[in-house]
Design a protein around this ligand. Structure first.
Ligand SMILES: [Zn+2]
Ligand SMILES: [Zn+2]
Length: 392
């Protein structure tokens, strides 16, 4: 084997290691030629090795330098060409095809085997309820935040789901959308939110519940507007309604108007002084029961999840009561991973999941971009928990 061959090998190495796309494209076209050339060099080499009493591996490597270089070159070439093909020609390996199938169909049977590192957020809102982004803007944001799977869970409405889904299909966006909803319920005087995930959005039971919840929401908003005018603030209902637009009207819309008109300095103040529980303009909601919400979510083929169990201001004893009641009604999971949640809270919620044999869900409850939380941020499912998607 002469020096010229060795020089060729080094040059080949340089080409292999060059990340330039054009070089790689040439490599793809020329690869059969290069491989056959390398094989020729490999098999024309003299393989004889003088066996001494102890094999000397350094000498062996030295003698067979060319062969080793050839083999390494072939391996690099094959992997390099394959990965370029995957990127440029969108040719997928069988495993990747399986993953793509999984992501692009409604067959959830393989969800339990999601690839590690899959980024999931199962709680988010759009302008169809009280979120700040339109459905397509939320989808774009999810892609920018490198999410693989996103559930849209607007308050008592499924209006965003078709819009987001059409956008994803039209633009061929690599995001799996989970159909969801967040149903307001009343339990022991507390407003408890039950998220429904992986639901059939056309289920008649679900649509009927949505209609009655919307009516309850509307009645409450009118009554809240009356109370606020008695507090000396006129026209709040109409303005809250215009902010909500086509979406469900919520107390957040009232709070926004109160801030805008300068009656309070921040949205939280509006709740603390007027529209929060026990305050002057508070109107008791007439939401459905947890039992009803769970039954309807199940009728729609979905999983029922207690949303943000740590955000109701309940003591541990009361959270336990809530979890027990939810389990008795057939509930499926607890949302145990939220962005702003202390370690102790996470541990407690996980212990409830394990104790009451409930699955676990995670979500940002994203409403609008803020520095405190965002889509998919700080969400990691504890290893001991059984994820809610394992039953899909
Ligand atoms: Zn909620
Ligand atoms: Zn929410």
């Amino acid at each position: 084997m002469g020096n010229s061959h060795q020089i060729n090998h080094v040059l080949t190495f340089v080409i292999f290691l060059n990340p330039n796309v054009n070089t790689n494209t040439i490599l793809i076209r020329k690869s059969p030629l290069i491989v056959s050339g390398l094989l020729k060099i490999l098999f024309c080499t003299n393989f004889t090795y003088k066996q001494t009493s102890q094999p000397n591996y350094v000498e062996l490597c030295h003698q067979h330098f060319n062969e080793i270089v050839c083999i390494v070159c072939i391996i690099i070439l094959i992997t390099n060409v394959k990965s370029r093909l995957l990127i440029e020609c969108k040719i997928l390996s069988p495993i990747e095809e399986l993953i793509m199938d999984l992501m692009s169909t409604d067959d959830f049977k393989l969800w339990s085997n999601l690839p590690s590192g899959t980024r999931i957020d199962l709680h988010s809102h759009t302008k169809c309820s009280d979120g700040g982004l339109l459905p397509h803007e939320l989808v774009d944001r999810a892609v920018n935040f490198q999410l693989d799977i996103l559930a849209i869970t607007d308050h008592d409405t499924v209006a965003a789901l078709d819009i987001a889904n059409d956008y994803i299909v039209e633009k061929n966006i690599p995001l799996k959308l989970v159909n969801g909803i967040e149903i307001s319920t009343l339990w022991q005087g507390f407003e408890i939110h039950i998220v429904g995930l992986n639901i059939d959005k056309t289920s008649p039971d679900l649509l009927q519940l949505i209609a009655s919840q919307q009516q309850a929401r509307e009645n409450r908003a009118v009554a809240m507007g009356d109370k606020l005018s008695k507090c000396g603030f006129d026209d709040i209902y109409d303005q809250a309604k215009s902010i909500a637009g086509e979406g469900s009207i919520t107390r957040a819309h009232f709070a926004k108007v109160l801030v805008r008109q300068g009656h309070v300095s921040a949205m939280q103040k509006a709740f603390d002084k007027y529209i929060g529980k026990g305050q002057r303009a508070y109107v008791k909601p007439s939401w459905c029961s947890i039992e009803e919400a769970v039954a309807v979510i199940h009728a729609a083929g979905g999983s029922a999840v207690i949303a943000h169990p740590v955000r109701y201001g309940l003591s541990t004893k009361w959270v336990r009561r809530l979890v027990v009641h939810f389990k008795e009604q057939g509930g499926d999971a607890l949302e145990i991973v939220l962005p702003q949640m202390g370690n102790e809270q996470r541990k407690l919620m996980l212990s409830f999941c394990l104790e009451y044999d409930l699955k676990a869900s995670m979500g940002s409850d994203f409403h609008y971009p803020s520095k405190w939380s965002d889509l998919g941020r700080n969400l990691k499912m504890p290893e001991q928990a059984t994820p809610v998607w394992s039953q899909w």
